[in-house]
Design a binder for this molecule. Structure first.
Ligand code: FAD
Length: 619
């Protein structure tokens, strides 16, 4: 009896119905039979098996691409088959890729059901992020948490702010969610105006607005903080609760796409409003109210109040700052109050775009025909590449210290488009987005090189916001190179490697506001350009055809992660500078990406609830 987990079950493309099929096919049953050494595959009942994870593996080292499954087997369903099967089951022994498993140890629901069942919040530290691990079953108090109307402001409606709001509102706090940008409906219109009429709304754009920076995105839900951790599972299940397709729980590389994110966020908002959360869109936090070392509230303004140089003061018991890393005004404001801010390493570079067909054929060879614009058997091809560059490997004319740098692809968007993520018209930076089918004819990814304080200092940027100034410097240079009007400077990868302007030919780009030939090899300090020029030929060895005159580099990618950390207490999540303020998510330097930001929001929500004794003392 019991549940057995079978991993690494490989099914060939011919024997599999395709990536969208998440059930148990005959091909998979045959593979299961081989793994458990069961003689007749057709006797195995499909109901006994549940697909837990399915990925497509097209690595070059394999003889042929294949689907790879993790499956749970409910042995009790096999026992009822017939006597001989019973003997077989009783002989099962754990071995590699085949272990007995206790699913009851895992989180079983989304955050809403976890909190509503009022089970417990495990006080143990989470191994993944130093937060609270969520455990639905360890302590069953069978009591609802005591509700005390604690007044909380959550500043920022990105993943970290939304999930923190959800936890606190479900636990009964009186939460106000304050977002400088607009609701997804109005934000969609503002983004439309940007793409068509070149009007950049400084408060409602690709970075600011409901859902945060990741709304008009590829919606990749991959994370480096442990796909199977309880917190990640709870976040993923909550996304399903609000309308994400169930396959994000199974797909090895889940993604949503902008078209799915928008209705999901609307459902999320309606749920928060039903819980009594007051949501203020178009409202920007300009300052903090601080008394005796305590943050006791915020100063906010909407566009009308800003015109009249006015604003409002609002008092709160606690303020969660979930503003993302494009809110540079907030870093400045914190510095003006002498908050302790620490510059953080991040990465900068260029975004490369290839025809998606080219990437499909590099990755899949003959199977590329199976992609069918995201409707075929195999997923639209992506890639992930990295190289390490020793300072001595590259011939650098700059006087920066030679050091080992990593150069890697970041935020790859198969079947996507390059978009403008500037929040100020004098600066130009880009990123990528896609729709759920990933059906566009382009594949884009950032190629970035890590940078640190030494690089900031070499350009004479010092102090806690040196990294922000470093980003801004290259965003301004890119805007000037583009010639204004959000036109992006571009260069073919072949010309970039040869340090020459792409005068003869500039391939088409998915970027809607136009590209212009520019000397991108002159944009960054020599060490960054050298690292890119050294790494791109390495990437071409891994993905032959990557260097192509159809591949276009776009400038500039600067906002890969936060350039600043706002230190906080690792238990209470409270700022180490002032009580009552909780810096969370990517902008605080504690997350990178949609899922990890959401998880940080969950942990912060529980930490604040615990600090204010929202649970009572019995957990
Ligand atoms: P954010 O999402 O940045 O949210 C912060 C919010 O705070 C914003 O809505 C902002 O308007 C608001 N705010 C800021 N200042 C104030 C203020 N003063 N007052 C009130 N509100 C304020 N990650 C992935 O994992 N997968 C992807 O596919 C992916 N694609 C991306 C594509 C694009 C185009 C971009 C820009 C980012 C992408 N990311 C992706 C990164 C991801 O969006 C972020 O890591 C994530 O959104 C960070 O969440 P957050 O809650 O910490 O901050």
């Amino acid at each position: 009896e019991g549940i057995w987990r079978l991993s690494n079950l490989a099914v060939s493309v011919q024997n599999d119905p395709g990536m969208d099929f998440l059930g148990v096919s005959d091909g998979l049953l045959q593979e299961i039979a081989k793994t458990i050494k069961f003689p007749v595959a057709s006797m195995l009942p499909a109901e006994a098996f549940t697909v837990i994870r399915k990925s497509f593996d097209a690595r070059k080292m394999l003889k042929e691409p294949r689907f790879v499954y993790t499956v749970d087997m409910d042995a009790s369903q096999l026992i009822s088959l017939e006597p001989r099967t019973q003997d077989f089951i009783s002989d099962l022994e754990p071995r590699v890729g085949f272990v007995e498993y206790r699913p009851q140890e895992r989180v079983s629901g989304d955050l809403l059901s976890i909190i509503r069942n009022s089970k417990s919040v495990d006080k143990q530290r989470s191994s993944a992020k130093g937060g609270y691990s969520i455990c639905a079953s360890s302590v069953d108090t069978n009591k609802n948490p005591t509700i005390r109307k604690l007044k909380i402001a959550v500043v920022g409606g990105g993943p970290s702010g939304l999930f923190a709001t959800l936890v606190l509102a479900e636990l009964g706090a009186d939460v106000t969610l304050i977002e400088r940008g607009q609701s997804v409906e109005r934000r969609g219109r503002d983004i439309g105006a940007l793409m068509v009429r070149r009007i950049l709304e400084s408060e409602s754009n690709f970075c600011f607005g409901e859902g945060g920076a990741g709304t008009w995105s590829d919606g990749k839900l991959v994370t480096r903080i442990g796909r199977n951790s309880d917190s990640v599972l709870a976040v993923m299940k909550t996304l399903v609760h609000f309308g994400a397709p169930k396959n994000i729980l199974i797909d090895g590389k889940p993604h949503l796409g902008t078209d799915r994110l928008i209705p999901l966020l609307r459902n999320f908002r309606q749920h928060l409003q039903r819980l009594g959360v007051s949501i203020k869109f178009g409202t920007r936090v300009d300052d903090l109210m601080i008394e005796n070392g305590h943050v006791v509230g915020i100063k906010v303004s909407d566009s009308n109040e800003r015109l009249q140089h006015g604003g409002q003061k609002l008092g709160y018991d606690a303020v969660l700052l979930a503003v993302g890393h494009s809110a540079r005004d907030i870093y400045q404001m914190l510095l003006s109050h002498n908050f302790h801010l620490v510059p953080k390493d991040f990465a900068v570079g260029l975004r490369i775009e290839h025809p998606q067909e080219l990437i499909n054929s590099i990755q899949y060879s003959g199977l590329a025909a199976e992609v069918h614009c995201g409707r075929g058997k195999v997923p639209v091809a992506d890639y992930k590449i990295a190289s390490y560059v020793n300072g001595e490997d590259v011939d650098t004319s700059s006087n920066l210290e030679p050091k080992i740098r990593s150069c890697y692809s970041f935020c790859m968007c198969p079947g996507g488009q390059v978009v403008l993520t500037s929040t100020d018209p004098s600066e130009l930076c880009i990123n990528g987005m896609s729709f759920s089918r990933r059906a566009s004819k382009w594949a884009n990814a950032a190629l970035v090189v890590n940078v640190s304080t030494k690089d900031f200092e070499a350009l004479n940027f010092h102090g806690p916001l040196a990294g922000v100034e470093f980003q801004r410097e290259f965003e301004r240079r890119a805007a000037i190179m583009g010639g204004g009007n959000f036109v992006v400077p571009a260069q073919t990868v072949t010309d970039f490697l040869e340090n020459k302007l792409s005068v003869k030919y500039l391939p088409p780009s998915s970027y809607r506001l136009g590209v212009v030939a520019a000397n991108l090899h002159e944009l960054f300090p020599a060490q960054i350009t050298d690292a890119l020029q050294y790494s791109i030929p390495m990437f071409d060895q891994e993905l032959p055809g990557f260097i192509s005159n159809k591949a276009l580099l776009h400038g500039v990618e600067t906002r890969t992660s936060s350039p600043v950390q706002i230190p906080r207490n690792s238990e209470t999540y409270e700022s180490i500078s002032f009580k009552g303020l909780y810096p969370i998510g990517e902008g605080a330097g504690y997350a990178g990406g949609i899922v990890s930001a959401a998880v940080d929001g969950v942990h912060a929500g529980f930490a604040v609830a615990k600090n204010f004794d929202l649970f009572h003392n019995d957990i």
